[in-house]
Every structure is written in C-alpha cells, then in structure tokens.
Design a protein around this ligand. Sequence first.
Ligand code: ATP
Ligand code: MG
Length: 375
Amino acid sequence: MTDGIRIERVTKRYGGQVLFADVDLHVRDGEFLVIVGPSGCGKSTLMRIVAGIEPVSAGRVTVGGKDVTHAHPGDRGIGMVFQDYALYPHLSVEGNLAFGLRAHHVPKDVIRQRIEDTSRVLGLADQLRKKPGQLSGGQRQRVALGRAMIREPAAYLMDEPLSNLDAALRVQMRAELIEFHRRTKGTVLYVTHDQVEAMTMGDRVAVLNEGEFAQIGTPTEIYEQPATVFVATFLGSPQMNLIEATARADADGVELTGGDLRWRLPRLPDDLPESVRVGFRPESVRVQADDGSDLPIEATVSYRENLGNESILHLRDDAGRAIVARVPPRTGPRDGERATFHVPLADLHLFGPDGRARWHGARLGTGGEPLPWSA
Ligand SMILES: Nc1ncnc2c1ncn2[C@@H]1O[C@H](COP(=O)(O)OP(=O)(O)OP(=O)(O)O)[C@@H](O)[C@H]1O
Ligand SMILES: [Mg+2]
C-alpha cells in the first residue's frame, strides 16, 4: 500500500501570470482520477509538474509517500503516456520498450523477461521487430503504454493519450485502458477533453477551471450534484438548460417565477437567494408527464435533430428562451408545434447569483438538506 500522488498547495506562475495558486489534489493509491477542464486551464502544466518536467513555483508533490518536488523525472517512480507518444522511430517496438530500462542499467535477463510479460499483456508479442512507422495507431498507443508499464512505476500520468486515435479505435482503447486499470490497480492521473472518457474511466473526476478545482467527486456526483454552474454546463451534451428566475418563500414552500414560468416547489433551504438560476438537463425535459410533481413548460419546437437513437428538440418558451430537450427517437411534437413539456422536480438544480449550487432536486428523497458547498 502506497500513498498515490499528492499535490499540495502547488502554485504555478509564468512570468507575472498565475496559472494556478495553492491547488491540492490527492490521487489515492490504486485510484483512476480524471482531470477535465477547458483548453488552457493548466491541465498539462499540472501533469508536467508531477512528472518533473516543469518546476513548481511553490508547493509540494509526493508519489508513493515520497517527496519528489525537486526529484529528477526518472527518479519519481512515474510512467508517462502523453498525446504525442514520441516513440523512437528508428528503434523497434522491443527497442522502444527496453529503452528506459537500458538507460537505468537494468540487467539484460530482467529486461528480456519484462518485455515478454509486457508485450503479452498488451498483445504486442508478435510486433516486437517492427518499427513504430509499421504499426497501427492503436498498436503505437499500446507501445507507449507498454513503455510506461515496463518500468513498473508507482503511478501513471496520462495526458490525452487517446486523442490522436479515430473514434472507433478510441472506444476500443478506452475499454482496454479500463481493463488494464482493473487488472493492475495502478494509480492513474489522467487528463482528457472527452466527456465520455471522464464519465466512464474515472473513479473520480476533478474539474479544473480558472486555476482551481471547481469540484472533485465520482462521475455520478459531478453529473447529478454539480457544485457550480460551470461544472453543470461543462459536463453533459447538449448542456444543461439554465433559466433565470425569482424565488419567493412562503408558508407552503417556494414559488419560482421567470418569464411565463410559475413553478411551486416544496420547502427549500431558508438561505435561498431571491435571484436564482434554475437548471435542468435536456434528458429531463419530458414529452409526457410522469406524476403530479412534474413542472410544466409551454414551448414551441423550433427544430428537431434526429440522431437515430434519440432526437434533440430545440424549443422556445413563450418568453423566447431557448430550451433543449432530448427525447426518444420519433417522439414529441413536430417542428412549429406548441406543447406542454414536463420536468420532474427531482431533476431540478438551483444556483445562486454567484454560480454556486444551492439545491439539487435529487436530494429531495434524502430530506433536501443544505449541501456542504452551499454553506
Ligand atoms: N512555458 C510556458 N510559458 C508561458 N506560458 C505557458 C507555458 N506553458 C504553458 N503556458 C500557458 O499556460 C496555460 C496552460 O497551458 P496547459 O498546456 O497546461 O493547458 P491545458 O489545460 O493542458 O490545455 P489543453 O486542453 O489545450 O491541452 C496556457 O495559457 C499556456 O499558454
Ligand atoms: Mg494539455
């Protein structure tokens, strides 16, 4: 049992610009933790800091309980797989796999054994003589993974390792990586742009935005109880609908009004601000009401996208606001038709003017107590 990877109060500045300040992250031993965030938010920089390719401006990094903040990249016990695999083109697969071990003067028979084991696990046993240029994209990706594995590192860093692959291969390699992790129980810190990768691969997901982690949680927590408007809209496609509304508490609960909407909700936390943003995901907009607690929206279908397995309806409510609904294929009203849609109360999210979540409908069943981050 080791301690995984710890990033403690790490700050990074380029010139006078602060990229992030005092960030903390603990990737637990054996955990697969996925970092997502917009382009330029510092994901790769954070990975390079952990790898030792980029110095910290302040703070500490530990791997397996050892302080490696100022250690040489090769002495950190970390295996790296990056988007640009950077295999040595003039070396065979075998040469690429062995390169790091030879550089570290690992005995020849140990190298031979590890190449045999690694190439068998990754299905590369009959490709060892080939050069990278003679391999498929997926095979090259596996060599890059093998080159990291063969060092038997305490932890892995992977920065968009699948983004150079075509869609079908990405799905296949995603499954292989998940299986690899289940089997090896290695500690993995993984960066991706791809929502599906974040949702399906991560034990936990960390959402990085503007120099801080907006939320760190399981994929389900992040999706069902997003801590901020940013998290709510960053994950999920099409993104969550948001409507400005006014909340007024009275004896029986809360009335939300905005445009032509007038929704009654049961009792909510007392500190609910008057000005709120009401969020609900496209899949929460139903053509048919489920039960009496559904909230109605009158809207007209602007146009429909038929995707085969589902349809995306682009709606306008009577106040002219755009709302997106995701419905089963070939269901719902036609273009130009006006209809009443329904949103289950349990699927509602309320955000304050500061963008922080104040209430999630999914919490109804558990008493709707205030959320930890609304305090
Ligand atoms: N050596 C450097 N000097 C100055 N600024 C840099 C340097 N390296 C990166 N940056 C800046 O730091 C910011 C974060 O870059 P980084 O590569 O970490 O982003 P990222 O989150 O990985 O983005 P992407 O999703 O596009 O890969 C960017 O604004 C980038 O321009
Ligand atoms: Mg990057």
